[in-house]
Ligand binder design. Sequence first.
Ligand code: G3P
Ligand code: CA
Length: 245
Amino acid sequence: MPNSQPINFAHRGASGYCPENTMAAFAKALELGANGIETDVQMTKDGRLVLIHDETLKRTAGADVWVKDITFDELQKLDAGSWYDERFAGERVPALEELLELVRGTDTIVNIELKNGLVPYPELESKVIAAVREFKWEDRTIISSFNHYSLALCNQLAPEIATGVLYMEGLYRPWEYAAAFGASALHPYRYTVKAEWVAEAAAKGISCNPFTVNEPDEMIRLIEAGVSGIITDYPDRLAALLRRN
Ligand code: G3P
Ligand code: CA
């Protein structure tokens, strides 16, 4: 994934302006200058891959139901936009394929976070890989997760697709940890990123895409540290900074 500037990953789409993980948020991200989209994937009762952050539908679709307990058709009847603003009434929880269709024909990098820390979705890894391969998006995909066992499995099943290690606390020599199971990127919580190790990781072939960075001063600090991407709710802010460089 050659890039002279950090990749501008819109976190859950342009979630600073639209209801997260909706088609409206993904389209807005591209409009605002993002060249990467971060999203969260889970699985419905009937095995469809859907883009939603929480394990239940309560916060963003007003239904006290788990994603794992609802069928895709039932899910499509729920409104995933009104909780944010009435202007977005009727937005749905999209399928992964809808996002891949949206970015087809662009250069957008898709950062698909496997949300399987709480619910062990069967074959989530192989199903995501199959969808990415169907759309021939292997070169423009990063599969990320806090579940590092899942990432190791992805690296075995699809060594051609990059994986990103999500973590919150400071790890010691994190690039060595990532390389131990074949991951090629670190996705650290922003506070833990230090310029002194970003360069060393990059020299070992491990890139660094911190999350979730919304303040321009922090974006500048991380750009100067040499990160390969930044995950933000406000891709327009990052795009404006990158235009200056
Ligand atoms: O990909 C980084 C970030 O999305 C991880 O945290 O909770 O927003 O999914 P969360
Ligand atoms: Ca996420």
